[in-house]
Design a protein around this ligand. Structure first.
Ligand SMILES: Nc1ncnc2c1ncn2[C@@H]1O[C@H](COP(=O)(O)OP(=O)(O)OP(=O)(O)O)[C@@H](O)[C@H]1O
Ligand SMILES: [Mg+2]
Length: 259
């Protein structure tokens, strides 16, 4: 099912809203992403990051709005959707008593990868995840960072053009974090598009573009260098991305109070 035209966007979400009961979790969120880029969805706890990713992955319906992934309407949830998206949940679960390679093979098969293609994918993805030498270890004995890298390898096994990652670097040490980012960079260099939710402001500058999410609303969506430069032009030298975020989120809540 296509939108009837060849879209330049891997992801087009328009005017998504979602409430849990009376409480709005997302308010009119719109996002677009082209091929081969990393979009950081950056916001504090409770900002709506997980809600946004679940909607984008088709795991939950928005109250309003539309999502197209490679031109496919997510609301139709066709079998096509599975091939188009790799989704890593915030609490992604592997089988602790199965080895690294057994987990990989299991998830690859679940995602529809043909058995003759699994060994080559395993070699490539466990290689990128720097897990080849650990492939006989039970997943339950891996460090937190290795576990996340294995989960990432598993959700990528069917080569989805769009990958949605919910806080993949949470609880990961700085070295593994750097490896995880290098892994993501390799992927996008190959044409994959990534949306990564993170509460860590310092990860903003590793993204090609960032959408800052405050209280369910996008308060800025731009290139991180440009956001930083604009902020510094406003007077504050030596600012960190956290300063930029705080300034934008204060400006947004002042606007809310006035309206
Ligand atoms: N199943 C649910 N039922 C009711 N409220 C929910 C549910 N899931 C999320 N919420 C609320 O919706 C808002 C957004 O939550 P969400 O989990 O999307 O935020 P988040 O940015 O992912 O936060 P975190 O960084 O803590 O993971 C929060 O106020 C949260 O309490
Ligand atoms: Mg979350």
């Amino acid at each position: 099912m296509t939108s009837g035209r060849e879209s330049a966007f891997v992801l087009e979400a328009s005017q998504l809203s979602k409430s849990y009961g009376e409480r709005p979790a997302l308010r009119e969120l719109s996002l677009r992403l082209v091929r081969g880029r990393i979009l950081g969805l950056i916001g504090p706890d409770g900002a709506g990051k997980t809600t946004a990713l679940r909607l984008l992955a088709g795991l939950m319906r928005p109250d309003a709005g539309q999502i197209l992934v490679s031109g496919v309407d997510v609301a139709r949830r066709g079998a096509a959707l599975r091939g188009l998206i790799g989704y890593m949940a915030q609490a992604y679960s592997l089988y602790g008593d199965l080895s690294v390679e057994e987990n990989f093979r299991f998830f690859a098969a679940m995602l529809g990868v043909a058995s003759r293609e699994i060994p080559a994918m395993e070699e490539r993805l466990l290689g990128l995840a720097m897990l080849l030498e650990h492939k006989k270890k039970p997943a339950g004995t891996l460090s937190g960072g290795m576990y996340k890298k294995l989960a990432l390898a598993c959700v990528l096994s069917h080569k989805p053009p769009l990958v949605l990652l919910d806080e993949p670097t949470n609880g990961v040490d700085p070295i593994s974090r750097r490896e995880l980012w290098a892994f993501l960079r390799e992927l996008v260099d190959d044409g994959t598009s990534v949306v990564i939710a993170t509460p860590y402001m310092d990860e903003a500058e590793r993204c090609d573009e960032v959408a800052l999410l405050v209280d369910g609303r996008i308060v800025a969506h731009d290139n991180p260098t440009r956001l930083m430069a604009e902020h510094q032009a406003g007077g504050e030298k030596g600012a960190t991305f956290e300063d930029v975020f705080l300034a934008l989120s204060e400006a947004s809540s002042e606007k809310d109070e006035k309206s």
